[in-house]
Write a protein that binds this ligand. Structure first.
Ligand code: SAH
Length: 283
């Protein structure tokens, strides 16, 4: 039987288009901890994907109680449907000197200095079409990664692990607790000839304590970053670098309060209502 994905369709209220970014931020904050794995955006609203039907139903109850105007509607999306819809609108995404493109978009031969990465859209979050991924890719390009060890916490599609590898990191580990995400990451590593060069591990990142990396990337949610601050700071060691994203404008202050007693802010970027932070700096 073909697999299907538990999802919720949420309709953006007519006439409130200007509030869209703010709204998506508060939606993500509300659904933090509900097993949200991917968000597909359209003109009408969002399709939210969840790890399990029970998580979706919990999110439905929350939304129906707090935002009935969004008319949240449950839907089970078949695998083929997901692939078809993903492929409909996606083009290449450019972040600094990096081009992230789906396999059906040809590489740009005129951009010879570009790092060209092919990312197959899948249930592994991270095609480059979400601002939080782009913020991390932009911050990574500000570091000198040659000779450094990098861990990508919540690797999803593997996109940021691949970016770190192509920017010259000596070792890269991608960690995710979701088996489907890791399967997608494995496919993307292979598509880009990096299958043997990036290590993937299926585990909750909070079980990684005791290890040290020069650079830690974590594109998660504000709530999860704050709750995992001890582990993330420990992984980055001293003087490590920590790149954080998946933070909404509304969550920024509380996330920063969890990290700033221990680390100093080196860079902050904002895009479409999302924040990317880089703590400490290496030369
Ligand atoms: N790094 C990608 C994907 C980010 S989405 C990008 O930037 O686009 C966040 C990912 O974190 C998801 O794949 C999710 O499965 C994973 N994740 C969530 N909680 C986790 C946890 N506690 N431990 C490990 N991975 C987790």
């Amino acid at each position: 039987m073909p697999r299907s994905w538990p999802a919720l369709d949420v309709h953006f209220p007519a006439g409130r288009e200007a509030d869209r970014d703010e709204f998506s931020g508060s939606l993500m904050a509300l659904l933090d901890g509900c097993g949200l794995t991917a968000v597909q955006e359209s003109d009408e609203g969002w399709r939210l994907f969840f790890t399990a039907p029970e998580e979706r139903d919990r999110a439905l109850a929350l939304l129906a109680a707090s935002h009935p105007a969004l008319q949240p509607a449950p839907i089970d999306v078949s695998d083929e449907d997901w692939a078809r819809r993903s492929q409909e609108g996606l083009g290449a995404v450019r972040v600094g000197s990096i081009c992230l493109r789906p396999p059906w978009v040809a590489s740009d031969p005129s951009a010879s200095s570009t790092i060209d990465l092919v990312i197959q859209p899948s249930m592994g979050f991270g095609t480059g079409h979400h601002a939080s991924t782009r913020l991390c890719a932009a911050l990574l390009q500000r570091l000198r990664l040659a000779g450094r060890s990098v861990v990508d916490v919540g690797t999803g599609s593997g996109v940021l692990a691949l970016v770190a590898h192509r920017l010259g990191a000596a070792t890269v580990v991608g960690v995710d607790d979701d088996g489907d995400a890791l399967q997608a990451a494995r496919e993307n590593l292979d598509l880009n000839g990096a299958g043997e060069l990036v290590e993937l591990r299926q585990t909750d990142f909070r079980s990684l304590s005791g290890e040290r990396f020069d650079v830690v990337i974590a594109n998660l949610t504000g709530g999860l970053l704050s709750r995992g601050a001890d582990t993330l700071c420990g992984l980055a060691g001293d003087p490590g670098v920590l790149i954080l994203s998946g933070i909404t404008v509304e969550e920024e202050a509380s996330v920063r309060a969890s990290f700033e007693p221990r680390l100093s802010l080196a860079a902050r970027l904002e895009e479409e209502g999302w924040i990317g932070l880089c703590y400490s700096a290496i030369g």
